[in-house]
Design a protein around this ligand. Structure first.
Ligand code: SF4
Length: 686
């Protein structure tokens, strides 16, 4: 009998960061097996994790470098591909070059991409999909607390005495965090769920607030007014740990946020809002948990600030079972941000515009001709706008592990942007929609075929272990970038021999990771940053004594409610929102190549409230035309009483009915996140 090998690693899908073993037989991954070693998931997995091995052996995997010659993709050697890329990239000025990094690649890959962009391309035009999911979290929480990350740990959630989940379908998107929410409930916690859709996550709710998408600030301000009026605020915490409380009161105590007015704006019952305020303030510790229902709005940063305000007002920070807990999307979106794959930061959120940081990285990296100037680059959403509005300003894009042609808002706009690029490199594991625009395609290995680290949503840095070799001539992402860098004359700056050597450089220049090493991560099964010395045990709960702001105080940032950029009207009477489902992940490049997962949910749909459908004469399963001001598409109707009347919903995984053909490219002015969660739509029966 052939021996089986069990290789511990972490799941390639969501930011929960569950651990499991890959089962290897005859050099091939044939399954996953539970691993008890991680406190994150304690041996349990959701369906995506369970079947995470299936796409690894897909015949669709990219196996050789390809160059487009006379319109046809032609297989070439690595030497020819990297020479060709270097020659083409050299033709452009630094300001004409941009890069997209990847939230599903390792910390090492993201760090090397960050160094490649700033040191080789000499540009700060680097970003990744955090822009689309949690850039409002990073900007909002950094302002409020001095750190843009989840304040508490995943196991902590089970210790809450009240869980307030807003804009997160945790049971489908982060199922093993949903388990902690249920554990809290079993331990006696009050469970409040606020969302426009009744989902699996609402099943255990003691109180379900089915409110209108895009009214979060009104709801949160209303809750705060009730708390202050009743004297339920934590006066000692406010006085000793925060500043700006009087400014907060000026906004939230306005008549506009009286419970009656908030009920009208949100579509809720006044008594339910009052009950929620009572439980949040008086049943603590309260863990506030949110995801993209909060972040993906033109007021995403205001929404995040409002969450932070509520938790400071009630003293629900700096202790177990409490906190502001944004659930990050991709497995390593936290790490990609930590590694500085952002237009404004080096790794560790060190601002590129600060001359001291600029000098620090110039000195550490030793590029003979310097690095990108100390000025902010473009966010990915701004890159797309620049490409369409000012053709010729950006000309070359290097994309590692992203698929903007399906993930970004208003796909027609993205196509127009890509048509204005002169040179595109795509480095990925599959041929995806974005490859249609690629001049060069490079095959990378997947999570099972490399070592490395990732940082999950609770700031826990975790090890990956290589189980098998990648297919064909595929290579590690950082290895490929290093080959291109060498062809551009920078071999010395990219001379690592292993993943751990890259990590050692990360730890050297990134304060939050200073105390980490592969040896420590191996034995401890992960460390929460900040971890500043080799003796530091890491920090599962942030802000216990003081916040990470310059003066150690949390800052109230009050905001008035503003409606979404596009609201329903007579012509487009529905409010359209988007999201994900349990069995698929983002643009489906991996889950749709997993036979089991794809069989469960083989295509997309649009949810329509039963009363709305009856008024239009639409029956469950019928094809309808969904129309917004951007475009229209045919899709099957899922008629259900679970979605709020007047609201429609589509998952965005499916190329045959791509929800992002319809979404709106309106951006939050601060963090430039698009408003995926609210735009106007009409539905026509076909
Ligand atoms: Fe993977 Fe997330 Fe499921 Fe855990 S909860 S198995 S990390 S998809």
């Amino acid at each position: 009998m052939t021996d089986l090998k069990f290789v511990p690693t972490t799941c390639p899908y969501c930011g929960t960061g569950c651990s499991f073993n890959l089962v290897v037989k005859d050099g091939k991954v044939v399954g996953t097996a539970p691993s008890q070693r991680s406190p994150v998931n304690e041996g349990k997995l959701c369906p995506k994790g369970m079947y995470a091995f299936e796409f690894i052996n897909s015949p669709d995997r990219l196996t050789h470098p390809m160059i487009r010659k006379n319109g046809e993709l032609v297989q070439v050697s690595w030497d020819e591909a990297t020479t060709y890329i270097a020659e083409n990239l050299k033709k452009y000025k630094p300001s004409e070059r941009c890069a997209l990094s990847s939230a599903r690649a390792s910390n090492e890959d993201n760090y090397v991409m960050m160094k490649f962009a700033r040191g080789v391309l000499k540009t700060n035009h680097i970003d990744h999909c955090a822009r689309l999911c949690h850039s409002s979290t990073v900007a909002g929480l950094a302002g409020s607390f001095g750190s843009g990350a989840m304040t508490n740990s995943i196991p902590d959630i089970a210790e809450a005495k009240c869980v307030f989940i807003i804009g997160s379908n945790t049971f489908e998107q982060h199922p093993l965090i949903g388990r902690r929410e249920v554990m809290a409930k079993k331990n006696g916690a009050k469970y409040i769920y606020a969302d426009p859709r009744r989902t699996h996550t609402s099943s255990p709710a003691d109180l379900f607030l089915q409110f209108h998408s895009g009214t979060d600030v009104a709801l949160l301000n209303g809750l705060m007014q009730i708390i202050i009026k009743n004297g339920w605020e934590d006066k000692e915490f406010i006085e000793k740990r925060t500043k700006g409380y009087e400014d907060l009161k000026k906004i939230v105590m306005k008549e506009e946020y009286s419970v009656e007015n908030v009920a009208k704006i949100t579509g809720l019952e006044p008594k339910d809002i009052e009950t929620a305020a009572d439980w949040i303030a008086n049943n603590g510790p309260t863990a506030l948990i949110y995801s993209m229902g909060i972040t993906q709005h033109t007021v995403g940063v205001d929404n995040v600030h409002a969450c932070a305000n509520l938790q400071m007002l009630t003293g629900n920070l700096g202790k177990r079972g409490a906190g502001v807990n944004p659930l990050r999307g991709q497995n390593n979106v936290q790490g990609a941000c930590d590694m500085g794959a952002l237009p404004v930061n080096f790794s560790g959120y060190q601002k590129v515009t600060d001359p001291a940081n600029h000098k620090k990285f110039e000195d550490a990296w030793k590029f003979p001709d310097g690095i990108a100037p100390a000025e902010n680059g473009y966010e990915v959403t701004i890159m797309m706008n620049v490409l369409t509005d000012n053709p010729g300003e950006l000309k070359a894009m290097y994309i590692m592990g992203e698929n903007p042609l399906l993930s970004d808002p208003d796909i027609n706009h993205v196509k127009e942007a890509f048509e204005n690029l002169e040179f595109v490199v795509v480095q990925d594991i599959f041929y995806n929609e974005t490859c249609e625009y690629a001049d060069v395609i490079l095959p990378a290995v997947c999570f099972a075929e490399r070592d490395g680290t990732q940082t999950n949503t609770e700031r826990r840095v975790q090890r990956w272990h290589k189980a098998v070799d990648g297919p064909g001539e595929s290579k590690y992402d950082w290895e490929i970038l290093s080959m291109v860098a060498a062809k551009m004359g920078y071999a010395d700056q990219f001379a690592w021999k292993s993943f751990s050597e890259v990590f050692d450089e990360i730890a050297e220049v990134t304060p939050q990771y200073h105390g980490m090493s592969y040896a420590r991560l191996e034995s401890a099964d992960g460390l929460h940053w900040p971890c500043k010395t080799p003796e530091d045990p890491g920090t599962p709960v942030l802000h216990t004594q003081k916040f990470l702001t310059a003066d150690g105080l949390g800052v109230f940032f009050p905001a008035d409610w503003q409606p979404p950029a596009e609201v329903p009207d007579d012509e487009y009477p529905f409010q359209f929102t988007t999201g994900r489902c349990l069995f698929h992940w983002h643009t489906g490049t991996m889950t749709r190549r997993s036979e089991t997962l794809d069989k469960e949910v083989p295509t997309g749909w649009i949810e329509i409230n039963s009363e709305d459908a009856a008024a239009l004469g639409i029956h469950d399963g019928e094809m309808v035309r969904a129309i917004t001001r951007r475009d229209s598409l045919k899709v099957a109707a899922r008629v259900t009483p679970t979605i709020k009347k007047g609201t429609t919903f589509m998952p965005f995984h499916f190329i045959e009915c791509p929800a992002n053909l319809l979404t709106h490219n309106a951006l939050d002015p601060v963090c430039k996140i698009p408003e995926y969660k609210a735009c106007a739509m009409k539905i026509e029966k076909i």
